[in-house]
Design a protein. Sequence first.
Length: 242
Amino acid sequence: MSSVGEYRVAWQVSFNPAIGRTANLRCARLRLCWRARSQHRSATVTQRCNWVSSEALAHYHDTEWGVPSRDDRHLFEMLVLEGAQAGLSWSTILNKRAGYRRAFADFDIGKVARFTEKHVEALVKNESIVRHRGKIEAAITNARAVQQIQAEHGSLANFVWSFVDQTPIQNDWASYKQAPASTEISDALSKGLKRYGCKFVGSTICYAFMQAIGMVNDHEASCMCQARCAALGKKGRNRKAG
């Protein structure tokens, strides 16, 4: 019943006491019905990790963060982006992601590895990315390092996933704030990457990288993605970069 209908019932009650009892019962039932519908809507509200604060973050969180990935191009992209984030917010990097893909040949490892000083000079003037010379040069250095890793280990995925025995770590945090900034495993991954000459791969950056590519499932226990990412990890499904 609309608010107009409820007003009509109330008007009839005031002028016809004989129907008051029935009308009051109807109004009571309406209130119960609206309360139940409101509770149902509250129960079905999408529950995400509490760090999600924008549409861009929501899309990234829902479709990518924590999903096990073994696609080398995607892994290289995340390695570059996580390094670029140092000192900045992840929202800043997400907003520049399309620019990064254009600037770095859609993260084609072979192409980036062939970038020269001329490319660097152009990139430091490119407003669609973070214009930090050290981070730009690190992306090129890391592409060459990844090529060496691929030659020795078959793929970048084989190498990085070996630090968790090829199986995602499943956490069960009530709040994302409980997740560590780094771990012994991210320490080891950082050292491993540095041995190949990688830059901007400190332990904290490596842990963020591990979270991003699903090596560790740090979705909050109440998050709608926690169980899905856990199931994908158990099934060993690969995520292809899209």
